[in-house]
Design a protein around this ligand. Sequence first.
Ligand code: HEC
Length: 173
Amino acid sequence: MRVLVCAAVAATCLAITSTASARENQVARGRYLVTIAGCGDCHTPGHFLGRKDPRFLGGSDVGFGIPGVGVFVAPNLTPDKATGLGTWTNQQIADAITKGVRPDGRLLSPIMPWKSFAHLTHRDALAIAAYLRTLRPVVHQVPGPFGPGEVPSVPVMTVVPPTLYATFKPPPK
Ligand code: HEC
């Protein structure tokens, strides 16, 4: 009898340890994928302005302008409930990354490279979601998206004709 109890306790401990280490492996895989996919470049404030900002994946402060379509700012991917992904399920995060669909049904602009990320395995997309959940929540609501006629509240990167580029003078600092 005692042998049986010991065996049951040992099996439970083993199961808990292996679940914990499977989760650690999943988060490590997610961190690896986020690093090589460059999510931080578009989704971290300061990145496009050459400034270091500790709010990793806390939402950009520069928009991508698609002429005739609008301006899209890469949102906050940290688990803050009000301004980030805190209320999204792992499945909803995976769907946004690989299908470009937000929980409210809006299709994400292809500036977010979801058509490339559609080639991720479901397991890897869920690993990314699991990693994003471990980030320190950042309170930062990005503005937009802005329609074609609207004046965006952030600097914009876009494609301009060569003559406009050649004559453009950056504003004095
Ligand atoms: C080239 C820039 C770029 C890269 C790289 C990028 N994103 Fe995005 N992402 C965006 C933009 C811009 C949006 C907003 C598009 C829109 O509003 O239509 C977005 C939207 C999202 C959304 C939806 C969030 C929301 O609140 O609507 C998620 C989730 C997301 N990206 C995750 C990721 C992950 C994870 C990676 C890396 C695997 C990544 N993105 C890489 C630019 C990028």
